[in-house]
Design a protein around this ligand. Structure first.
Ligand code: PLP
Length: 422
């Protein structure tokens, strides 16, 4: 249906073209609930696939190591201005290749190998790059970890403070990949001040909610804000680092020449477009709708008898705890996939099972909200999830196929941004 959108690719490499076309169909027909994914607009897709790709631009606007930057400088300067305006920051670096290299640049800017750094433990909802052992950040630095309380599923700020004062880490990371609740940036700032630490808010997941006013901003509380651009912010795969003027030089030097070579100019262009879109009133409405949908979905899941980590959500993300069900996370996730509902299995705090076969399923509402689904659809989504998990327990493939047909039907009525009409 859509290969003809790319006639040159189709004629040069029909095999690869067929994979892309199949992915378009998959993204159109399925209910995508992975909370770190989204659908970029057609405008972002167009900006991300341009001849800006052909240009080397090591350095920063006005200070490059290559000539011929007349247009590239304007693209990057525009992205920077828009990031500063949208988030209300002094300084923005739009060059990090993705969220993980962006975080590594923060280490390079402020810490030396062997220094103590503090972040949320991966199984509690933190990110690998916050000093977790299997990550470079956990082997080149000495990572110490905080978590959530067993009784509430909420960050234990008293324990965070005790750990910070005992360890005096160079860096403290707040933010994560599986946190369904609002992060208290002011509380982290107080702790970082007492401990003499640089505070980094990694808002990769919630940047779009912050831009749209649906989650408090860390900007007035932290030293550095790190974010990806491709999650709730709905831009191309990339990242940004934002900070006050005092840290601008250190951050820029760490990204280039510290860690990276030439920036991906085609991505910078896509980021600029996404930031422009995120500054529109329609994006504010989108961000609030993402949260409203997540709250409605959480309520409907609770009604269906599911346990949710922390009992619900304040943002775009829900962590279903299947410990009390007969079906572990991976089996549930794979059954949901067969039913046309795309999620990821995930550890839950204090998970009795192993990370590669954990007890949880992580879902979120950014993608379905981009397609225009609203709170009225969430009971149906919860019902599909409940029936799929039931079917997984019984090994009922027919039931999964039936759900898949219902999902495909509903999705056909909600065309996704950036995809050809199904
Ligand atoms: C997604 C994410 C990252 C990493 O981003 P990549 O682009 O996958 O490298 C870092 N931190 C947090 C909190 C994330 O959610």
């Amino acid at each position: 249906m859509s290969a003809s959108r790319r006639p040159a690719l189709l004629s040069t490499d029909p095999e690869l073209a067929s994979f892309v076309a199949a992915e378009e169909v998959l993204q159109a027909q399925t209910l995508r609930l992975i909370p770190s994914e989204n659908y970029v607009s057609a405008a972002v897709l167009e900006a991300s696939g341009t001849v800006l790709q052909n240009k080397y631009s090591e350095g920063y606007p006005g200070r490059r190591y290559y000539e011929g930057q007349q247009n590239i400088d304007r693209v990057e300067a525009l992205a920077i201005e828009r990031a500063k305006g949208l988030f209300g920051v002094d300084h923005a670096n739009v060059q990090p290749y993705s969220g993980s290299p962006a975080n590594l640049a923060v280490y390079l800017a402020f810490a030396k190998p062997g220094d103590t750094v503090m972040g949320m433990a991966l199984p509690m909802g933190g990110h690998l790059t916050h000093g977790w052992g299997v990550s470079a950040t956990g082997s080149w630095f000495r990572g110490v970890q905080y978590g959530v309380r067993a009784d509430t599923g909420l960050i234990d700020y008293d324990a965070v403070r005790d750990l910070a004062l005992a360890e005096r880490p160079k860096l403290i990371f707040c933010g994560g990949t599986a946190l369904p609740r609002t992060i208290d940036f002011a509380a982290f700032a107080e702790i970082a001040r007492e401990a003499g630490s640089i505070l980094v808010a990694d808002v990769a997941h919630i940047a779009g909610l912050i831009a749209g006013g649906a989650h408090p901003s860390p900007v007035d509380h932290v030293d550095v804000v790190s974010t990806t651009t491709h999650k709730t912010l709905r831009g191309p795969r990339g990242a940004m680092l934002m900070c006050r003027e005092e840290h601008a030089k250190a951050i820029d030097k760490a990204v280039f020449p510290g860690l990276q070579g030439g920036p991906h100019n085609q991505t910078t262009a896509g980021i600029a477009v996404a930031l422009h879109e995120a500054a529109q009133p329609s994006f504010t409405a989108y961000a609030h709708q993402v949260v409203a949908n997540a709250k409605a979905l959480a309520a409907a899941l609770l009604q269906n008898g599911f346990d949710l980590v922390s009992g619900g959500t304040d943002n775009h993300l829900i962590l279903i705890d299947l410990t009390g069900k007969d079906v572990p996370g991976k089996i549930a996730a794979k059954a949901l996939d067969r039913a046309g509902i795309v999620v990821n299995y995930n550890t839950v705090p204090f998970d009795p099972r192993k990370p590669f076969d954990p007890s949880g399923v992580r879902i979120g509402t950014p993608s379905l909200t981009s397609r225009g689904l609203s709170t009225e659809h969430m009971p149906l989504v919860a019902d599909w999830i409940a029936r799929s998990v039931d079917a997984a327990a019984k090994g009922d493939e027919q039931a999964l196929a039936a759900i898949r047909a219902e999902v495909t039907d509903l999705m056909a009525a909600f065309p996704a941004p950036g995809l050809p009409l199904s």
